[in-house]
Structure formats: C-alpha cells, structure tokens
Design a protein around this ligand. Structure first.
Ligand code: PLP
Length: 316
C-alpha cells in the first residue's frame, strides 16, 4: 500500500489486500482513503476502530474464500480452509455487520489462484466467481463499486507450456461483464493481473564464479541463486522442480554443449538455478541469463539468507 501511495495514484484506485494487516497498517490505509480488503472479522473490527479514532468512514471490500477451487492452477488461493479471505458461507453475516458498523462497503475480492494456462479452467472460475459475487451482493449494505476477480493468468515457463489464448478468455468474460452490468449497473468488474503483465518482461542475470567438476558432473557456481530468484530454484509453487528457460548469455551461438548444473553460493542443495541442462561449456565470468523472471523474482526471494549482496534492478 505504501509503495502504491508513493506512486501518486488516486487512493480510490488502491485496495489493500492480504491476511495479517496490523491495526497501524489499517489505520494508515483508512487515513489515506485506500480501500481496506477485509480478510477476517478481526480486520473488520480494526477498520471500525481506525474510523472511530480518525473520524473518517473507512472504505472496505470483502475478500471471499469461495467454496470452489480453480482447476489446474500452479497455486490455489481459494476453496477449503484458507488463510485468504472470509469463507463464502459467513460473508452475509459479515456484510450485515459492515452495514451496522457504518463502514462504507466498496466491493468484493475473489481470487482463486495463480499461474493458470488453461483457458477453460480460467473461464469456469470467472463464471463461478461472478455468480458468487452476484449472489452475495444481495446481502450487501449497498451495491458494490467493484467486483475484483483477481489475477491468475499464467505465462509459459517450461517445455510444452503454451501461452494462454486471451481471446477465448475475453469472449467468455464479456458474457459475465454483461451479466454484472444488467444486475449491478454501478459495479465494475476488475482484473488484478500480476505475472501476466510483468513476468515475461524481466530477465535475471548472474555471473559464474567457479566451474567445478564433482564426480564427473559439471557445476557452474554463480553469484546468484535462490536468495535472488526463489521461483527459478523450484521452491515457490512447483511440485516437481523444472528448469526455468536459461542460457549462457555470452555463448548463445556456441556449437557444442554438455550437461551442467547452475547453482548459487548458499549452504543448501536447494540453491539450484538449472539442473543438468545441456549448455555450452561455461567458464568463470560467463553470464547466466534466466528468462520469465519479471514476476515473483527478487521480491519473492529470501534476500537476507547468508547475507550475500542483493542484485541491482534495472528498468530499460
Ligand atoms: C491479492 C492478489 N492480487 C493479485 C495477485 C497477482 O496474481 P497473478 O500474478 O497470478 O496474476 C496476487 C498474487 O498473489 C494477489 O495475492
């Protein structure tokens, strides 16, 4: 929220989501006029207290933990017991309390899961999400200003992955947007994409510090690793570890290759950027380049692990 406010954008366009918002954070959001996305009854109470202290009516949205899952997503954020959102079956009660407490109800947030490459699964989740939001709107103290249906569009990382067909998703979504326009003429459907917008725009580069051979297997030891790029190490949302697309940047036209593993300097075998990949023989000072690194890279990584330096980030 603080980062978003720092950009100078209109607080009306900012919502503050995520479980575990402290009383001070909620007060800051209320003071700034940001929509607080309630993830629990406790957060609702904190919003009420913040409003009382500040003499401001807090704007709140309700994040709903639906009673369905998103099929085929890399990371599921909904269905069953979850730390995200308020269980759909208890939302009507929370909406009533929002009305009684004098909070300004702004909308719903229903986000099912991340990294989905299956259009039909995305379309199905969007349909169920809109159904649920329309149903819950009947119990809301007023018409929602927005229905935030989350992000989740995937990007291809691994052999066999295909980019999603946006047109197919757009066609089915248009039907649901029309349904919302009919039933709730003052509501907007909002999509909150992350990875799909920035994931393919970023590359991560690290330098080879050592080339060593252990029992016949070549390791390129770099100054990068899971502390900069947890996702590429396979420790963020992968069940079976797969290699991110990776090249040796200064040897892309080399003709010979050999199996090599690219690792980092940390004290764990999990610090692996490329496992047994066919690459041109790497040498000290070569530059290893990982693609699809613009989302869930540095910001999703344990940068303090072993106190190695953080990488620079350059916007071109
Ligand atoms: C609340 C919320 N909105 C949007 C996103 C972006 O998701 P994605 O990168 O799958 O589009 C996330 C990611 O976890 C999130 O937690």
């Amino acid at each position: 929220m603080v980062v978003a406010l720092g950009t100078g954008m209109d607080p009306m366009e900012i919502s503050f989501a995520g479980p575990g918002k402290s009383p001070a954070e909620i007060e800051r959001a209320v003071a700034a006029g940001v929509t607080v996305t309630l993830e629990s009854p406790t957060e609702m109470q904190r919003a009420v207290s913040a409003g009382d202290r500040l003499g401001i009516t807090p704007r709140v949205a309700v994040r709903v933990n639906p009673d369905f899952e998103l099929r085929s997503s890399g990371m599921k954020m909904s269905g069953g017991p979850k730390q995200f959102g308020i269980d759909a079956e208890t939302v009507p009660e929370v909406l009533e309390r929002i009305g009684v407490s004098g909070l300004d109800f702004d909308g719903f947030h229903i986000f099912c899961g991340s990294q989905n490459l299956r259009e039909e699964a995305i379309a199905e989740a969007q349909e169920k999400t809109v159904d649920l939001a329309l149903r819950l709107s009947g119990a809301a103290p007023k018409e929602p200003r927005f229905i935030n249906i989350g992000g989740g569009f995937g990007i291809p990382y691994f052999p066999g992955d295909k980019p999603i067909n946006l047109e197919a998703i757009g066609e089915s979504l248009a039907v649901h947007v029309d349904r919302v326009a009919d039933e709730l003429p003052n509501s907007r459907v909002v999509i909150e994409l992350g990875r799909y917008i920035v994931g393919e725009a970023g590359i991560y580069v690290c330098r080879v510090l050592d080339r060593k051979v252990s029992r016949g297997h070549v390791f390129l030891v770099t100054d990068g690793g899971l502390h900069h790029h947890l996702a590429a190490s396979g420790n963020f949302g992968q069940v079976l570890r797969k290699n991110y697309p990776l090249v040796i940047g200064n040897r892309v036209y080399a003709e010979t290759t050999e199996p090599q593993s690219v690792v980092g300097p940390l004290c764990t075998p999990l610090d692996l950027l490329g496992a047994s990949m066919e690459l041109p023989p790497g040498q000290v000072d070569d530059l290893v380049v990982l693609f699809q690194s613009g989302a869930y890279g540095l910001t999703a990584s344990p940068t303090a692990f072993l106190s190695h330096p953080e990488p620079g980030e350059i916007l071109l």
